[in-house]
Design a protein around this ligand. Sequence first.
Ligand code: HEC
Length: 158
Amino acid sequence: MSYLLKACIFTFAAVLINMQNKNSLIILGLITLFCVYNFLIYTSKDGDAPIKLSSEALHGQQLWQENNCWSCHQIYGLGGYLGPDLTNVFSEVGKGPDYIKAFLNSGIKSMPKFNFSEEEKGAIVSYLQKIDSTGYYPNYEATFKATGWVELKYKDEK
Ligand code: HEC
C-alpha cells in the first residue's frame, strides 16, 4: 500500500511540474481516479476470508497434511486418486465419525493403518465435518443463469 501511495505522489508531482501542457489536466484526472479506485479496492474488507476452522479442526487439517491423506484422497475432486473423495464422507448415509475412525484404526487396501490417539482421530473427524458442511461434491445442484454464470448450492447458505 505504501508503495502505491509513493507512486501516486511521485506521478502527481511529475504531472504538476509539467502543468503547461493542456493534456496534463486529463492525465491528472485519470491518475486521481486510478488512485481512488486502488485505494478502495485494497482497503475494502470484503475480500478477507474469515477463519472458520475451530482449533480442533485446524489440528485435523495439520494431521491431514502431515500424513499425506491428500496424496490418495480428494477434497472437492482435488488430490490423489488411490482412495475416494472425502468431501462428504462425514454425512454420507452409512458413514460418519465412527466409520472414518474405523478406517484410521485398521487401514484398508493400500491405505496404511494410522496409530492416531483418540484426540487426533477426533481432530480429523472434525476437519472432515467442517469440509462436509461447506458443500457437495460432486455438486448436481447447479443452475445455469441466462448471464452465463453457474450458481451452486452451498450447505452453509442461509
Ligand atoms: C496410500 C494411500 C492412502 C493414504 C495415504 C490414505 N488413504 Fe484413506 N483410503 C485409501 C484407500 C485405497 C481407501 C479405500 C477405498 C476403497 O474402499 O476401495 C481409503 C479409504 C478411506 C476412508 C473411507 C472412505 C469411504 O468413503 O469409504 C476414509 C475415511 C479415509 N480413507 C481417510 C483417510 C485419512 C484421514 C487419511 C490420512 C490420515 C488417509 N485416508 C490416508 C488410501 C489412502
